[in-house]
Design a protein. Structure first.
Length: 118
């Protein structure tokens, strides 16, 4: 099992920045990709960004491309999501997730609230 704990969510004004962190523990050797998802009130959970745990290749949703940067520190088993130029539509609960070969996105954190005020 992999345990994930997010932090860094807060209230921020539009145009501001923040960095989310996700600390992984447990069977981290089984992780192939780490990702961030978000869920706004009344909406489905959506993909935000992902990073390969080994090679570090990244992929972003169009909605955050150019404003978000996902990175990782393998020594700390931690993944980060830097978000800049935040918009009110970025308001959501942000979840960290771990993808494993054969089982997909099967480990999730508890989520951290990001609220962007206009």
């Amino acid at each position: 099992q992999v345990q994930l704990v997010e932090s860094g969510g807060r209230l921020v004004q539009a145009g501001g920045s923040l960095r989310l962190s996700c600390a992984a523990s447990g069977r981290t050797f089984s992780i192939s990709v780490m990702g961030w998802f978000r869920q706004a009130p009344g909406k489905d959970r959506e993909f935000v960004a992902q990073i390969g745990w080994g090679a570090g290749s990244t992929y972003y949703a169009d909605s955050v491309k150019g404003r978000a940067t996902i990175s990782r520190d393998n020594a700390k088993n931690t993944v980060y999501l830097q978000m800049n130029s935040l918009k009110p539509e970025d308001t959501a609960v942000y979840y960290c997730a771990a993808h494993k070969a054969g089982t997909g996105w099967d480990s999730w954190g508890q989520g951290t609230q990001v609220t962007v005020s206009s």
